[in-house]
Design a binder for this molecule. Structure first.
Ligand SMILES: [Cu+2]
Length: 120
């Protein structure tokens, strides 16, 4: 069956070409912190996040206090507590951000511990 064998070779070559582009789409890394003092942050490459492109990000949160949390509100009712108030430690999430206004904050101290950014 020479004809079938050559068809399989062509399929194998197509799969090898497609693989590199899939691995190139690694999510951009964001870093969030809260505590041990009364500070909350969100940074990308060491700089405070003020605007982002819509898409998928890796978000690593380090929560250094039992009385702070790291939460994020966004458009269309998006609301997530990434670390609970009682939790301390580091957690990593994959988050998809859509266009709109976002606010990260510590729930018990929302009036003073917050930051905002926009996604476009
Ligand atoms: Cu707090």
């Amino acid at each position: 069956m020479p004809r079938l064998r050559s068809a399989l070779v062509v399929l194998g070559a197509a799969a090898a070409v497609a693989a590199p582009s899939a691995s190139a789409a690694a999510p951009v890394k964001l870093v969030g912190t809260v505590g041990p003092g009364f500070t909350i942050t969100l940074t990308q490459g060491g700089k405070k996040v003020r605007s982002l492109k819509a898409g998928t990000y890796t978000l690593t949160i380090t929560d250094a206090a039992t009385f702070h949390g790291w939460s994020l509100d966004g458009p269309n009712g998006f609301a997530k507590d990434f670390t609970a108030v009682a939790f301390t430690g580091t957690k990593t999430f994959t988050v998809t951000l859509k266009k709109g206004a976002y606010k990260y904050y510590c729930p018990p101290h929302e009036g003073s511990m917050f930051g905002k950014f926009t996604v476009s």
